[in-house]
Design a protein around this ligand. Structure first.
Ligand SMILES: C[S@@+](CC[C@H](N)C(=O)[O-])C[C@H]1O[C@@H](n2cnc3c(N)ncnc32)[C@H](O)[C@@H]1O
Length: 203
Protein backbone atom coordinates (compact mmCIF):
# COMPACT_ATOMS: atom_id res chain seq x y z
CA UNK A 1 0.00 0.00 0.00
CA UNK A 2 1.31 3.48 -0.88
CA UNK A 3 2.59 5.43 2.09
CA UNK A 4 0.55 8.53 2.98
CA UNK A 5 2.20 11.81 3.83
CA UNK A 6 0.74 14.91 5.44
CA UNK A 7 1.61 17.74 3.14
CA UNK A 8 3.11 20.71 5.01
CA UNK A 9 0.94 23.81 4.70
CA UNK A 10 1.99 27.03 3.04
CA UNK A 11 3.02 30.16 4.92
CA UNK A 12 2.48 33.77 3.88
CA UNK A 13 5.30 35.99 2.67
CA UNK A 14 5.13 38.04 5.88
CA UNK A 15 5.27 34.93 8.09
CA UNK A 16 8.31 33.78 6.15
CA UNK A 17 10.05 37.12 6.56
CA UNK A 18 9.32 37.06 10.29
CA UNK A 19 10.61 33.49 10.56
CA UNK A 20 13.80 34.14 8.60
CA UNK A 21 14.63 37.44 10.23
CA UNK A 22 13.47 36.59 13.73
CA UNK A 23 14.56 32.95 13.97
CA UNK A 24 17.83 31.52 15.23
CA UNK A 25 20.72 32.73 13.11
CA UNK A 26 24.35 31.83 12.87
CA UNK A 27 27.28 32.79 10.73
CA UNK A 28 25.62 30.55 8.15
CA UNK A 29 22.39 32.57 8.21
CA UNK A 30 19.45 30.24 7.69
CA UNK A 31 21.60 27.38 6.42
CA UNK A 32 20.19 24.70 8.73
CA UNK A 33 16.57 25.81 8.40
CA UNK A 34 17.01 25.71 4.63
CA UNK A 35 18.56 22.25 4.71
CA UNK A 36 15.60 20.92 6.67
CA UNK A 37 13.11 22.67 4.41
CA UNK A 38 14.72 21.18 1.31
CA UNK A 39 14.46 17.67 2.74
CA UNK A 40 10.81 18.01 3.71
CA UNK A 41 9.48 20.51 1.16
CA UNK A 42 11.43 21.87 -1.78
CA UNK A 43 14.49 23.79 -2.87
CA UNK A 44 12.60 27.03 -3.31
CA UNK A 45 10.21 28.66 -0.88
CA UNK A 46 6.59 28.52 -1.97
CA UNK A 47 4.57 31.21 -0.19
CA UNK A 48 0.78 31.46 -0.06
CA UNK A 49 0.95 34.50 -2.33
CA UNK A 50 3.10 32.84 -4.97
CA UNK A 51 0.90 29.73 -4.95
CA UNK A 52 -2.20 31.88 -5.41
CA UNK A 53 -0.85 33.95 -8.32
CA UNK A 54 0.91 31.04 -9.99
CA UNK A 55 -2.24 28.95 -9.54
CA UNK A 56 -4.27 31.63 -11.33
CA UNK A 57 -1.73 31.75 -14.14
CA UNK A 58 -1.70 27.95 -14.56
CA UNK A 59 -5.50 27.65 -14.37
CA UNK A 60 -5.74 28.92 -17.96
CA UNK A 61 -3.95 25.80 -19.29
CA UNK A 62 -5.16 22.28 -20.08
CA UNK A 63 -1.97 20.41 -19.24
CA UNK A 64 1.04 21.35 -17.11
CA UNK A 65 4.16 19.18 -16.66
CA UNK A 66 6.71 19.56 -13.88
CA UNK A 67 9.78 17.55 -14.91
CA UNK A 68 12.02 17.53 -11.80
CA UNK A 69 9.46 17.65 -9.04
CA UNK A 70 11.51 16.68 -5.96
CA UNK A 71 9.04 15.72 -3.22
CA UNK A 72 6.04 16.92 -5.23
CA UNK A 73 5.39 19.68 -2.69
CA UNK A 74 5.08 22.35 -5.36
CA UNK A 75 2.92 20.05 -7.47
CA UNK A 76 0.56 19.33 -4.60
CA UNK A 77 -0.08 22.99 -3.84
CA UNK A 78 -0.21 24.11 -7.46
CA UNK A 79 -2.67 21.36 -8.41
CA UNK A 80 -4.98 22.75 -5.78
CA UNK A 81 -4.36 26.45 -6.45
CA UNK A 82 -4.85 26.06 -10.21
CA UNK A 83 -7.73 23.59 -10.06
CA UNK A 84 -5.85 21.48 -12.62
CA UNK A 85 -5.81 18.36 -10.44
CA UNK A 86 -4.49 15.43 -12.51
CA UNK A 87 -3.87 17.72 -15.46
CA UNK A 88 -0.80 18.92 -13.53
CA UNK A 89 1.68 16.04 -13.96
CA UNK A 90 4.82 15.89 -11.86
CA UNK A 91 7.77 13.52 -12.36
CA UNK A 92 10.95 12.82 -10.48
CA UNK A 93 13.46 10.06 -11.11
CA UNK A 94 14.73 10.22 -7.49
CA UNK A 95 18.33 10.26 -8.55
CA UNK A 96 20.02 12.88 -6.44
CA UNK A 97 20.11 15.05 -3.35
CA UNK A 98 17.75 12.92 -1.30
CA UNK A 99 17.90 10.39 1.47
CA UNK A 100 15.54 7.93 -0.21
CA UNK A 101 14.49 6.34 3.06
CA UNK A 102 13.15 9.67 4.30
CA UNK A 103 12.02 11.34 1.10
CA UNK A 104 8.30 12.16 1.21
CA UNK A 105 6.08 11.87 -1.84
CA UNK A 106 3.41 14.56 -1.86
CA UNK A 107 2.33 13.73 -5.37
CA UNK A 108 4.90 12.95 -8.03
CA UNK A 109 5.29 9.96 -10.32
CA UNK A 110 8.60 8.22 -9.79
CA UNK A 111 9.90 8.24 -13.31
CA UNK A 112 12.40 9.86 -15.61
CA UNK A 113 10.81 12.62 -17.59
CA UNK A 114 12.52 12.40 -20.94
CA UNK A 115 10.12 9.77 -22.28
CA UNK A 116 7.06 11.92 -21.60
CA UNK A 117 5.67 14.00 -24.39
CA UNK A 118 6.72 17.47 -23.23
CA UNK A 119 5.26 18.95 -26.41
CA UNK A 120 1.74 18.11 -25.26
CA UNK A 121 1.93 20.42 -22.24
CA UNK A 122 0.78 24.02 -22.48
CA UNK A 123 3.22 24.93 -19.76
CA UNK A 124 6.28 23.40 -18.08
CA UNK A 125 7.08 24.25 -14.45
CA UNK A 126 10.74 23.81 -13.61
CA UNK A 127 12.08 24.56 -10.14
CA UNK A 128 15.76 24.24 -9.23
CA UNK A 129 16.89 21.99 -12.08
CA UNK A 130 20.21 20.35 -11.19
CA UNK A 131 23.24 22.61 -11.16
CA UNK A 132 25.75 22.22 -13.97
CA UNK A 133 23.81 19.36 -15.59
CA UNK A 134 22.06 19.55 -18.94
CA UNK A 135 18.62 18.41 -17.69
CA UNK A 136 16.96 21.82 -17.93
CA UNK A 137 18.55 22.43 -21.31
CA UNK A 138 17.22 19.14 -22.66
CA UNK A 139 13.69 20.02 -21.53
CA UNK A 140 13.90 23.54 -22.98
CA UNK A 141 15.13 22.08 -26.27
CA UNK A 142 12.15 19.70 -26.42
CA UNK A 143 9.65 22.51 -25.92
CA UNK A 144 7.90 23.94 -28.96
CA UNK A 145 6.95 27.45 -30.03
CA UNK A 146 4.13 28.96 -27.95
CA UNK A 147 4.68 26.76 -24.89
CA UNK A 148 5.16 28.52 -21.56
CA UNK A 149 7.92 27.85 -19.06
CA UNK A 150 7.65 28.82 -15.41
CA UNK A 151 11.22 28.71 -14.14
CA UNK A 152 12.20 28.94 -10.48
CA UNK A 153 15.93 29.28 -10.09
CA UNK A 154 18.96 31.50 -10.41
CA UNK A 155 20.24 33.24 -13.53
CA UNK A 156 23.26 32.29 -15.66
CA UNK A 157 26.31 31.49 -13.51
CA UNK A 158 24.04 30.67 -10.54
CA UNK A 159 23.24 27.41 -8.77
CA UNK A 160 20.61 26.04 -11.14
CA UNK A 161 20.89 24.62 -14.64
CA UNK A 162 23.97 24.99 -16.76
CA UNK A 163 25.35 27.61 -19.16
CA UNK A 164 23.72 25.88 -22.15
CA UNK A 165 20.29 26.23 -20.54
CA UNK A 166 20.70 29.91 -19.74
CA UNK A 167 22.08 30.72 -23.19
CA UNK A 168 19.24 28.76 -24.79
CA UNK A 169 16.67 30.61 -22.66
CA UNK A 170 18.09 33.97 -23.73
CA UNK A 171 18.06 33.08 -27.41
CA UNK A 172 14.87 31.06 -27.76
CA UNK A 173 12.42 32.26 -25.11
CA UNK A 174 10.63 35.54 -24.52
CA UNK A 175 10.55 36.76 -20.91
CA UNK A 176 7.00 37.66 -19.83
CA UNK A 177 7.57 40.52 -17.44
CA UNK A 178 4.02 41.18 -16.17
CA UNK A 179 3.35 37.59 -15.12
CA UNK A 180 6.84 37.18 -13.70
CA UNK A 181 6.44 40.29 -11.52
CA UNK A 182 2.94 39.38 -10.40
CA UNK A 183 3.97 35.88 -9.34
CA UNK A 184 7.42 36.79 -8.04
CA UNK A 185 6.39 39.77 -5.93
CA UNK A 186 4.99 37.46 -3.25
CA UNK A 187 8.16 35.37 -3.02
CA UNK A 188 10.92 34.99 -0.46
CA UNK A 189 14.56 33.95 -0.88
CA UNK A 190 16.89 32.20 1.51
CA UNK A 191 20.03 34.01 2.66
CA UNK A 192 22.49 34.19 -0.18
CA UNK A 193 20.12 32.80 -2.80
CA UNK A 194 19.09 34.76 -5.88
CA UNK A 195 16.36 32.53 -7.21
CA UNK A 196 13.26 34.08 -8.76
CA UNK A 197 10.00 33.04 -10.37
CA UNK A 198 10.12 33.82 -14.08
CA UNK A 199 7.64 33.21 -16.86
CA UNK A 200 8.83 32.62 -20.42
CA UNK A 201 7.20 31.70 -23.73
CA UNK A 202 9.10 29.80 -26.37
CA UNK A 203 9.53 31.86 -29.56
C1 LIG B 1 17.73 20.08 -7.16
S1 LIG B 1 16.41 18.95 -7.10
C2 LIG B 1 14.99 20.04 -7.27
C3 LIG B 1 13.70 19.36 -6.90
C4 LIG B 1 12.44 20.24 -6.95
N1 LIG B 1 12.19 20.79 -8.25
C5 LIG B 1 12.48 21.34 -5.91
O1 LIG B 1 12.50 22.53 -6.28
O2 LIG B 1 12.47 21.01 -4.73
C6 LIG B 1 16.48 18.20 -8.74
C7 LIG B 1 15.61 16.96 -8.89
O3 LIG B 1 15.73 16.45 -10.24
C8 LIG B 1 15.52 15.05 -10.18
N2 LIG B 1 15.99 14.44 -11.45
C9 LIG B 1 17.25 14.34 -11.88
N3 LIG B 1 17.26 13.73 -13.11
C10 LIG B 1 15.98 13.47 -13.45
C11 LIG B 1 15.32 12.86 -14.59
N4 LIG B 1 16.02 12.40 -15.63
N5 LIG B 1 13.97 12.78 -14.61
C12 LIG B 1 13.26 13.25 -13.55
N6 LIG B 1 13.82 13.79 -12.43
C13 LIG B 1 15.15 13.91 -12.39
C14 LIG B 1 16.28 14.64 -8.93
O4 LIG B 1 15.86 13.38 -8.42
C15 LIG B 1 15.96 15.79 -7.97
O5 LIG B 1 14.84 15.50 -7.16
Amino acid sequence: MAKCFDVPALMSQQDWLDKLNGGPRSAYGNYYTRKEYIAEHSWSILTTEVARELGKFLSTFDLVIEPFAGTGYLAHHLRKASGLGKRYRAYDACVSHWDETKRPNYGFTKSGVFNTNIKKADCVVMSWPNYDENLAYRIARKMVSGQYLVYQGEGGGGCTGDYQFHNYLDDNFEYIEDDSCLIGSGGVQWDGMHDTWSVYRKK
